[in-house]
Ligand binder design. Structure first.
Ligand SMILES: NC(=O)c1ccc[n+]([C@@H]2O[C@H](COP(=O)([O-])OP(=O)(O)OC[C@H]3O[C@@H](n4cnc5c(N)ncnc54)[C@H](OP(=O)(O)O)[C@@H]3O)[C@@H](O)[C@H]2O)c1
Length: 492
């Protein structure tokens, strides 16, 4: 692997804060005249929005997010279903509609939500931030309102947001003010910088988290990729019991010596081709499975060399019942689960215009469905883990071209985690990571090629050891009430 593609640095810690958005130009209401808009939703505020839009000269077609009617040639989609409580989450189902509307190059893509009414808008922020990057001539905006305000006020806020001319994507209407999210670098404080923290091996942090050799930490996705770096950091710092979970089956016996001699992907594919196992696609899939199995084994070997007791469990975490059974079995064996790290995720990157809804759902459900399965399994155990960490992505915070599904999924993940923390009183932190430098053996989603592309665009990469230690420091010295944090190198 080229050196330039894997040089990483320690990440900077950033916290989101809501700040006033001042000085945006507001177009006159006449800007709506002649526009054709599809407006979904049926509550009193939605009805009033439709009246106001018609009064300003727009043609409005009404429907619901599920049955919007025809959207060909419309100038905008305005999703207002979330103004009435009890609505099911819009994503991933609404993606097909959003894609169809975007195909016509609309001026507006707007959704309105009140988070206190539930999970309706989960992930829309990440999707809309990506739309802003992929379709810069469309006003892409998620407006967060207090739906309990008088109908007239809510309706006016919605119409205003169609007319405000700025780049803000996620806008909160707080009282009379417009606010937006800003990420600010915030250190972990004096203890992390000058106290027990900087010894560098993570032992002080592990003690501060309350981890020792008897502790049990479950890492979903921890046998491969960047989460395995955190597993090794835990093993070295706390020597705790580590339970790894992933879909890859653990290979039963030793590898065919001919294939085992092929140590890199190209050599392995060539060796499989010589064995005439099938088409190029079959060879590619078989090679990927063999490499995944090798990576799982390597992680177990490395953890055992560090002196930790580690086990691996094969599970597709999108299966809630199997997930509940596995966590119950681990809890039953040790009588405790002290920490859980959820690192499962997949990517199928494509621009929204080329992405099919099934692909969107696969990426979304691996994060969202899997995290929900894990959290409800923890609920059913009734214990109180000291921490749950969900691996999110900076794509959620800023949007990411070609990653609408992934940005939405990570955004939804944080919302689910924060509601779970509020409901149960447990600590649940989503870490939105910037890209990690690819590494030999446990490279993760950032390939060497992508690493070079990031370097070319001036996007910094996280050093894997530093990244893993930064998470341990976050758990040790960070405010347990914080439910979402960004750790990134630079330049996204
Ligand atoms: N690498 C980065 O720079 C980066 C940056 C930001 C965020 N992240 C996040 O960090 C996490 C790990 O990413 P990575 O880069 O290490 O990618 P990776 O190597 O592809 O790791 C993904 C992990 O998730 C597991 N997994 C996927 N689907 C699963 C399922 N349905 N059930 C159980 N396990 C499943 C995989 O194991 P199996 O294939 O064996 O199932 C693997 O261990 C992801 O959540 C990703 O979004 C990574």
């Amino acid at each position: 692997m080229d050196a330039d593609a894997r040089v990483g640095v320690a990440p900077t810690r950033m916290l989101p804060r809501l700040v006033p958005l001042a000085g945006a130009a507001v177009r006159p209401a006449t800007a709506l005249a002649g526009a054709t808009l599809v407006v979904t939703g049926s509550g009193p505020a939605a009805v009033r929005v439709v009246e106001l839009l018609r009064r300003h000269g727009a043609t409005v077609r009404t429907g619901t997010a599920v049955e919007p009617g025809t959207v060909d040639g419309v100038d905008g989609l305005v999703l207002l279903d979330g103004l009435t409580g009890g609505q099911p989450p819009l994503l991933p189902g609404v993606f097909g509609l959003v894609k169809r509307v975007l195909a016509g190059g609309p001026r507006w893509m707007l959704a309105v939500a009140d988070p206190s009414t539930g999970a309706y808008a989960d992930g829309l922020g990440g999707l809309f931030r990506t739309i802003a990057r992929e379709c810069p001539s469309t006003v892409s905006r998620l407006v967060v309102v207090d739906a309990a305000q008088p109908v007239e006020r809510v309706a006016q806020q919605v119409v205003d947001e169609l007319l405000v001319d700025d780049d803000a994507v996620v806008v909160h209407r707080v009282g009379g003010e417009r606010c937006g999210w800003e990420l600010t670098p915030v250190g972990l404080g004096a203890l992390a910088a000058g106290g027990a923290g900087p010894a560098g091996d993570g032992a002080a942090e592990a003690r501060a988290v309350g981890l020792d050799r008897d502790s049990v930490v479950v890492l979903v996705g921890g046998a491969r990729g960047i989460t395995s770096w955190f597993a090794r950091t835990l093993a070295a710092a706390a020597g705790c019991r580590i339970e790894l979970v992933g879909r890859t089956p653990l290979p039963a016996g030793p590898e065919d010596p001919v294939l085992a001699a092929a140590t890199d992907p190209a050599a392995l594919r060539a060796a499989l081709a010589r064995q005439r196992i099938g088409s190029a696609a079959t060879i590619g899939r078989t090679a990927a499975a063999i490499l995944a199995g090798r990576e799982v084994r390597a992680t177990l070997r490395e953890l055992s060399e560090l002196g930790a007791e580690a086990h691996y469990h094969t599970l597709d975490v999108r299966d809630p019942e199997a997930t509940r059974r596995l966590l119950a079995a681990i809890h039953g064996q040790y009588g405790r689960i002290d920490g859980l790290v959820y690192g499962a995720g997949t990517i199928e990157d494509k621009l929204i215009a080329e992405k099919d809804p099934e692909s969107f759902s696969r990426v979304f459900d691996t994060k969202v469905g899997g995290a929900q399965a894990v959290l409800s399994a923890l609920d059913s155990l009734g214990g109180r883990p000291s921490f749950v960490v969900l691996f999110g992505s900076i794509a959620a915070a800023y949007g990411s071209r070609g990653q609408g599904d992934y940005a939405a999924a990570n955004d939804a993940l944080a919302a689910i985690g924060s509601r779970w923390a509020a409901r149960t009183g447990n600590r649940c932190l989503t870490v939105h990571w910037g890209p990690w430098a690819p590494s030999e053996g446990h490279g993760g989603m950032v390939s060497a090629e992508l690493g070079r592309e990031y370097a070319r665009r001036g996007i910094g990469l996280i050093d894997p050891e530093e990244g893993a230690l930064s998470l341990l420091a976050e758990l040790a010295w960070g405010d347990p009430a914080v439910t979402s944090v960004v750790h990134t190198a630079s330049g996204w």
